[in-house]
Design a protein around this ligand. Structure first.
Ligand code: GUN
Length: 317
């Protein structure tokens, strides 16, 4: 299987806290793991640059939604930190479909750009599906294009979708095996829940997968059966202690801003999991921020290197 994460625990990626007499809970730090990943990415980017191919990533951002700006800044900054060329295309919220498509078309044809992504969601007057289909499948570092989603579903991926791949790396490198485990995924989005459930059920990962969504009946009982519970619904602190089996592993994909008059900025960030209530019941849990987010960006940059190899006919690094 291509891009299978390296096996084995990496101590830097987790902290262990004793939360009770029986359960030692680990905090799975995506920040620490992504930092060690960045060293590998830096080396590979430098090797390609030495061969005259400096990897290039283009990020298109439409409008000035604060959360989108934070994500895009983080992607561009990390790309630069590992020695890639990065381009941040900021377009006004009023941009027309034709003008946005012209930008994608230009980036598709730019030889120094190996990865192209358009940050979603787009303003309602724009057709995100058309943009996703317009991005060259060989530069589709998000793995959103139907061609790449099809390859993924067939078990022959070129790119891996960034957040699902980041979750799998985080689990594997923390020594948490998914084989044979009941994994319950809360949320069926095209970005996280659906591709993650596809990957987990495939040969090589071999998890038993249940996908739950807003219309699932008995969601609390289903969640309680999970050995590994993934929360990706976009609902602040939705997962409470009573939804979690004692000793389960909990992966929180949510990044939500909730109003908090006591916070300097007037809001605080929280995940889809009520961390304080849930963490003591778990054997391992990801924090927000600092859990899945940094791993998503590391996988995006790994995909940019995959893009370089695909476009230049180079063997896997
Ligand atoms: N919006 C939220 N997550 C993502 C992502 O991973 N890629 C893009 N393009 N948009 C997003």
């Amino acid at each position: 299987m291509p891009h299978r994460p390296a096996a084995g625990p990496r101590g830097a990626a987790r902290r262990t806290l004793r939360t009770g007499p029986d359960i030692a809970m680990k905090i799975l730090s995506g920040t620490a793991l992504a930092a060690s990943f960045e060293d590998d990415l830096k080396r590979e980017a430098a090797a390609l640059t030495g061969q005259g191919i400096r990897p290039g990533l283009a990020v298109i951002q439409v409008g000035e939604e604060p959360a989108t700006q934070v994500y895009v800044r983080s992607k561009v900054k990390t790309a630069e930190r590992v020695g890639m060329h990065s381009v941040d295309h900021k377009l006004p919220a009023t941009v027309t479909q034709a003008d946005l498509e012209a930008v994608v078309d230009r980036l598709n044809r730019a030889p120094h750009i190996n990865g192209v992504l358009c940050q979603m969601p787009l303003p309602p007057h724009l057709d995100g599906g058309r943009i996703t289909r317009l991005i060259d499948p060989l530069k589709d570092v998000d793995c959103f294009h139907p061609y790449n989603v099809g390859l993924l579903a067939l078990g022959e991926p070129r790119f891996l979708p960034c957040t699902p791949a980041g979750i799998l790396e985080l689990l594997t490198r923390s020594g948490i095996a998914v084989r044979g485990k009941h994994t319950v995924v809360l949320g069926r989005s095209n970005i996280v829940g659906r591709p993650l459930s596809i990957l987990l059920s495939q040969k090589g990962w071999d998890a038993t997968v249940t996908v739950c969504h807003s219309r699932s009946e008995g969601l609390v009982e289903l969640a309680r059966q999970a050995d590994i519970l993934v929360a990706a619904l976009g609902k602040p602190e939705f997962v409470r202690a009573e939804m979690v089996k004692p000793g389960a592993v909990v992966i929180d994909v949510g990044v939500n801003r909730v109003a908090d008059p006591t916070a300097r900025r007037g809001y605080r960030l929280c995940g889809d999991v009520h961390f304080a209530g849930v963490a003591p019941r778990t054997s391992a849990i990801t924090p927000v921020p600092g859990g899945v987010g940094p791993m998503t960006i590391a996988m995006l940059l790994r995909n940019t290197l995959v893009g370089v190899r695909l476009q230049h006919g180079l063997a896997e690094g």
